[in-house]
Write a protein that binds this ligand. Structure first.
Ligand code: 13P
Ligand code: SF4
Length: 309
């Protein structure tokens, strides 16, 4: 039996024994996405985790996503394959910095992207994801000044979409999307003149200006599958290729290497492997452990986000 198949069989067996669900973000390896119960963007996976009624959530994504799952469903055990699956956006903003900003600007509403630590979430008024950021900012009365953190590109995109002037934007960036270069996209468009361009809002403004569609990972997939073109240049992590090719096998998808790694893979997301997934289901570790106090304080802004329609 091929080695990969035997690991897959072990994982499926463990999943049954543990009454577990496997949630996978679109940026995971295809092998992991193939055996997941749900694949999704960060908002979809948060909702799926909240509604799960079994015992164990095996979260194949990065730490902030697994923490969100734990906050939303604290009585379940939440494991993830690799605890070092971080995020450059999370690293760009600490809870102390948010507290210091609040002390200087007590009138500001703090809107935090879900790509933050659970401690930063606990200091926030409301959360957002790339899927609902415009809606969330629009839900805040126009006269209230906003601190939007931590992604500068998403923040600028939201500011432009909402026409909101009273918005201060943090200076964090994603090492994958923020290093996509407009000139490389120009070259890709010259090579594929029939292709439409879809981009994640964490990309720089000059890349977004060339996009036919801007949205979250799942929104990009849905749009590419349903739009009439045969070819697409996809400005996000190349893990989305898995769903794109499954859902639209007749179409062609091109990815543009970024400046950071000359690839379009997130080094944090790609720390997870099938072997580590098997091991975390076997040993129930690494596990997300959070204090009751942090869960209570972080749950509030997340629930506020989920309540905005
Ligand atoms: P989504 O909310 O689109 O899943 O994005 C999460 C992320 O980390 C993008 O880099
Ligand atoms: Fe963070 Fe960027 Fe990786 Fe998403 S792609 S998890 S924002 S580093």
């Amino acid at each position: 039996m091929p080695a990969v198949q035997s690991i897959v069989d072990e994982i499926l067996e463990l999943k049954q024994q543990r009454h577990a669900i496997i949630l996978a973000h679109h940026y995971q390896e295809s092998e992991i996405q193939e055996l997941a119960d749900s694949i999704g963007d960060s908002l979809e996976l948060a909702r799926r985790a909240r509604d799960f009624e079994g015992d164990v959530i095996a979260f194949c994504g990065v730490v902030f996503m697994a923490e969100t799952a734990k906050v939303l469903n604290p009585t379940r055990t939440v494991v993830l394959p690799d605890l070092d699956a971080g995020c450059s956006l999370v690293d760009s903003c600490t809870a102390e910095q948010v507290r210091a900003f609040r002390a200087r600007h007590p009138d500001h509403v703090v809107v935090s992207y879900v790509n933050t630590s659970v401690e930063v979430k606990a200091e926030s008024d409301i959360l957002c994801t790339s899927r609902n950021a415009v809606r969330i900012v629009n839900s805040i009365p126009a006269e209230n000044p906003i601190l939007f953190l931590p992604d500068i590109n998403l923040g600028n995109y939201v500011k432009q979409q909402t026409g909101r002037e009273n918005m201060t934007i943090w200076q964090g960036a994603c090492i994958v999307h923020a290093t996509f270069l407009a000139r490389r996209l120009t070259t890709a468009r010259a090579e594929h003149p029939q292709a439409l361009v879809a981009a994640h809002p964490e990309c720089p403004a000059d890349v977004l200006a060339m996009a036919d569609f801007i949205g979250s990972t799942s929104a990009i997939i849905d749009w590419c599958v349903s739009a009439p073109a045969e070819e697409y240049i996809v400005m996000t992590e190349s893990g989305v290729r898995h769903s794109l090719e499954r859902l639209a096998p007749q179409k062609r998808f091109y990815f543009v290497p970024n400046e950071n790694c000359n690839c379009s893979e997130c080094p944090y997301m790609r720390r997870n492997t099938l072997e580590k997934l098997r091991d975390c289901l076997t040993m129930l570790t690494p596990r997300i452990e959070l204090s009751d106090d942090i869960i209570r304080r972080a749950a509030l802004p997340i629930e506020r986000m989920l309540a905005v329609r």
